[in-house]
Design a protein around this ligand. Structure first.
Ligand SMILES: Cc1ncc(COP(=O)(O)O)c(C=O)c1O
Length: 428
């Protein structure tokens, strides 16, 4: 049975008593909320409909959306897609990734990172992560390189940049393409540059859960500035239709899916983009404030931002040091929830390689292709740090509508729970 210090009948007389044990809740007011869509989006949608076409190549909205995005990011060539998953696939296709190629990526990500790799019949290879930034450990990336390695998909998790200097250096030395998965990382800074403009391609998602939403959708940045590269990328999202001059070239020279964005998505995207900088700045302030408030709390590892980076906190993920506290991660999570601070035990339950698809080596139903071209391991233990992260992590929501008070209450809740379990080390 768990020991609770100085039990009292009146919770108000013992504010340190955990809410889960009947003490007072830390958070007694609702978290700030707001509307992400307004008249700006409605006006854009109306204009899209008035064009009398919703096809991107006839209307102006997707073109405008890409021009605005390119201007914000300082990138000449961008391609619109139907999702973040599609963006990554398009980038891989344009990079020429194909059968049996190995693509090194992160084991803690959305499955959308992996879909394009396998649709190109390439082999995902998982490198381990830094224990505190939750992004690829460059040394582990380099250790996984073989003669078959052709690309790195660097996932900037939760708005935090990967160590791009080291990754680009490895890529240059081994002649690898770099695709930045920026689905969770808008306006993420790295040493004066923006994530998504550093590798060969950046892949963004505008699904409904991201910093900005077009319902679904995505953007690929083509960072070479090369016209042919841009045209290949563009065509790869559009069934290989070459829509560049007065005459549309439909020669099907190689396989490419239809991942087109509609004018409705482009229209909403134009209005959403105008809010993006403010959204990211606010999330950056809130997340960094949270770190400052819990930095010295024994038993807590804050979400560490990569050196030289700025984070737009798609979520905040701290870790529990179970040796310094007398509780498990799940007990901490439950106690924090009882304090009125919603949280999740880890961003995903286990590294993506523990999914059935990898364990059964079955990407296509009824087939082991392309896994049977490779003996790459997906065994438990291949990325010990990633596994440790997910066993000890607690995800805290960050939202641009949160008030300063919301973050102060979150800090107070975390400190209260940590202090309780720190006092009670060794007592269960
Ligand atoms: C890191 C990462 N990559 C890729 C994706 C896929 O994006 P979408 O859902 O738009 O296909 C997501 C979406 O959650 C993501 O978080």
């Amino acid at each position: 049975m768990e020991h609770t210090p100085n039990p009292t009948q009146d919770p108000a007389q013992n504010p340190a008593k955990l809410a889960i044990h009947g003490g007072p809740k830390t958070k007694t007011t609702p978290f700030g909320t707001g509307r992400r869509f307004g008249l700006e989006e409605a006006q854009q949608l109306l204009e899209a409909l008035e064009q009398n076409t919703l096809f991107y190549h006839k209307g102006k909205k997707v073109t405008q959306f890409l021009a605005d995005f390119g201007a914000l990011y300082g990138v000449k060539h961008c391609v619109a897609t139907s999702s973040g998953t599609a963006s990554i696939h398009v980038a891989l296709g344009a990079a020429g990734i194909t059968i049996g190629d190995e693509v090194i990526t992160s084991p803690v990500t959305d499955q959308g990172t992996l879909v394009g790799i396998l649709y190109q019949n390439a082999i995902p290879v998982f490198a381990d992560l830094d224990l505190h930034t939750y992004n690829l450990d460059p040394a582990s990336v380099e250790a996984r390189i073989t003669p078959r390695t052709k690309a790195i998909v660097a996932v900037h998790l939760a708005g935090n940049p990967c160590e791009m200097d080291a990754i680009m250096d490895i890529a240059a030395r081994h002649k690898l393409k770099v695709i930045e998965d920026c689905a969770q990382s808008y306006m993420t800074g790295y040493k004066g540059r923006l994530a998504g403009t550093i590798g060969d391609y950046g892949a963004f998602s505008t699904n409904d859960f991201k910093h900005i939403s077009t319902g679904d959708g995505g953007i690929v940045t083509v960072n070479s500035g090369d016209e042919t590269d841009y045209k290949t990328t563009h065509a790869f999202a559009d069934k290989n239709y070459q829509r560049f001059g007065a005459i549309i070239d439909r020669e099907l020279s190689y396989l490419a899916p239809n991942y087109r964005m509609t004018e409705l998505q482009g229209a909403v995207g134009i209005a959403q983009l105008k809010k993006l900088v403010r959204i990211c700045e606010r999330r950056n302030i809130l997340g960094d404030r949270l770190t400052a408030g819990i930095r010295d709390t024994p038993g807590i590892h804050p979400h560490q931002i990569t050196e030289g980076g700025t984070c737009s906190y798609w979520f905040y993920m701290l870790r529990i040091d179970e040796k310094a506290l007398s509780c498990t991660r799940d007990e901490f999570s439950a106690a924090l929830a009882a304090e009125g601070i919603p949280n999740g035990a880890g961003y995903i339950a286990r590294p993506v390689y523990m999914n059935e698809m990898f364990q059964q080596r079955q990407a296509y139903l009824g087939s082991h292709f392309p896994f049977d071209l490779s003996d790459v391991s997906y065994d438990k233990g291949i990325c010990p740090q990633a596994e440790q992260i997910l066993q000890t992590a607690i995800v805290i929501r960050i939202n641009e509508f949160f008030t300063d008070q919301d973050i102060e209450d979150t800090i107070a809740g975390i400190r209260k729970v940590a202090a309780h379990y720190e006092r009670n080390v060794g007592i269960k």
